[in-house]
Design a protein around this ligand. Structure first.
Ligand SMILES: NC(=O)c1ccc[n+]([C@@H]2O[C@H](COP(=O)([O-])OP(=O)(O)OC[C@H]3O[C@@H](n4cnc5c(N)ncnc54)[C@H](O)[C@@H]3O)[C@@H](O)[C@H]2O)c1
Ligand SMILES: [Zn+2]
Length: 364
């Protein structure tokens, strides 16, 4: 199946390999996509009321046109549906409609819908085919790639989950047109992150094209989504279960997560906290003599051009350090942080409390 304006990125994971189809209008061809996977029979679409209203009918039409029976389940909007209870009610629906091993579950939405639906798909009958229609920039460049699915526990985010690869991801770039501007910008923080961790040329491309990207020019948006998927796919292919390399994807996140937690998840959405986190992790790297000041400045300038925040509110060192230590990726009490050496090259290093305290006193 070839369409002139569709790009395909393959995530190479042996038997669990899958394609990401990127392009405008790709959700309207969902029926063909499902057929190409060798599926038939029943398809369940999980979404929320906003996305059901915007895209539910067209997606269902495309699926039914190809001869599938389609059940749409709309769950409430927002992070609060990323729970075991909602994963379980998705499964109730599959039981009710007698879904079988070759029936597919499709997530229509952003990272929230993708994570909870993928987790339900991984559990039902020990795993049924799962397809994501990614409708946020975060989902298109990040959450739909790599197979992390899961839900939150009252005591922490993403504490429950499974590695479960989708059979296909469809990133319909047209859907980004209706995304709230704030959500779109939050996705751009992750986009810039990929440049810093892995691709100097891509970072320069973002510097050259940022105005067009901010205007959502189709060819630029497609190029951005494609390159980010390629970078993440390459990292994930080398380290599917996060034992090493995959940790570089957490650049900006050690401080970013600390800021989200210190502000009780109210002040910033995730990408905004990551934008600030990138600037300050770069500042820390510079303080530790790992990189020249230009590595900090280029990131700060580019992030500022998008309108994302770059300044960290001031917190006492003990609160700041404590919040960094609460990140669930802290191994054995040592806080590791991804630190840039240049644009396109990072290292994961343990942080020394005294060095960070000295630096914190200068920047806060
Ligand atoms: N699995 C992973 O590897 C991974 C990676 C990154 C983030 N995540 C998870 O993803 C979640 C965040 O995902 P997100 O940033 O996509 O946010 P989201 O899924 O909460 O969506 C953001 C908001 O935009 C709305 N929306 C989505 N698409 C829209 C569209 N096209 N038009 C209009 N409105 C639209 C949603 O209804 C929601 O209100 C978090 O739970 C995070 O933990 C997972
Ligand atoms: Zn992130």
């Amino acid at each position: 199946m070839t369409h002139a304006n569709q790009i395909i990125v393959q995530v190479g994971l042996g038997k669990r390999s899958y394609n990401i189809v990127i392009g405008p209008g790709s959700l309207h061809r969902m029926g063909e996509h499902l057929q190409a996977l060798g599926l038939s029979g029943k398809v369940g679409v999980v979404t929320n009321p906003t996305l059901a209203r915007l895209y539910g009918a067209s997606l269902k039409r495309a699926i039914v046109k190809a001869g599938f029976t389609c059940h749409v389940l709309s769950i409430p909007e927002g992070e609060r549906t990323k729970t075991l209870r909602w994963a379980s009610s998705i499964i109730d629906e599959l039981v009710k409609h007698r879904f079988e091993r070759r029936s597919a579950l499709v997530a229509l939405g952003g990272g929230v819908i993708g994570d909870v639906t993928g987790f339900a798909a991984s559990m039902y009958l020990r795993g049924i085919p799962f397809v994501q229609v990614a409708t946020t920039l975060v989902a298109q460049v990040d959450s739909s790639v790599g197979g992390k699915t899961g839900v939150n526990h009252p005591s922490g985010k993403n504490l429950i989950g499974a590695f479960y690869q989708p059979s296909l991801v469809v990133s319909d770039t047209d859907t980004l047109q209706t995304l709230p501007r704030r959500e779109w910008l939050a996705g751009l923080a992750e986009v810039m992150k990929y440049g810093v961790i892995a691709d100097r040329k891509f970072f320069s491309f973002l510097e050259d094209r940022m105005e067009h990207i901010l205007d959502m020019r189709e060819t630029d948006v497609q190029a951005v989504v494609k390159r980010c998927c390629e970078i993440k796919a390459k990292v994930v292919a080398k380290d599917e279960r996060e034992s090493g390399l995959r940790r570089i994807l957490n650049y900006g996140h050690t401080i970013g997560h600390a800021l989200e937690s210190l502000s009780r998840y109210r002040k910033y959405i995730h990408g905004e906290a990551v934008a600030i986190g990138m600037v300050y992790e770069a500042l820390l790297a510079h303080h530790l003599d790992l990189c020249p000041a230009a590595v900090v400045d280029r990131q700060r300038v580019l992030i500022q051009r998008t309108g994302l925040p770059v300044k960290m509110p001031s917190y006492s060192f003990s609160r700041f350090w404590g919040a960094m230590g609460h990140d669930k990726k802290v191994a054995g009490g040592t806080i590791h942080c991804v630190l840039p050496r240049s644009i396109g090259n990072v290292r994961v290093l343990p942080l020394d409390l005294r060095a960070v305290r000295r630096w914190h006193a200068q920047v806060s």
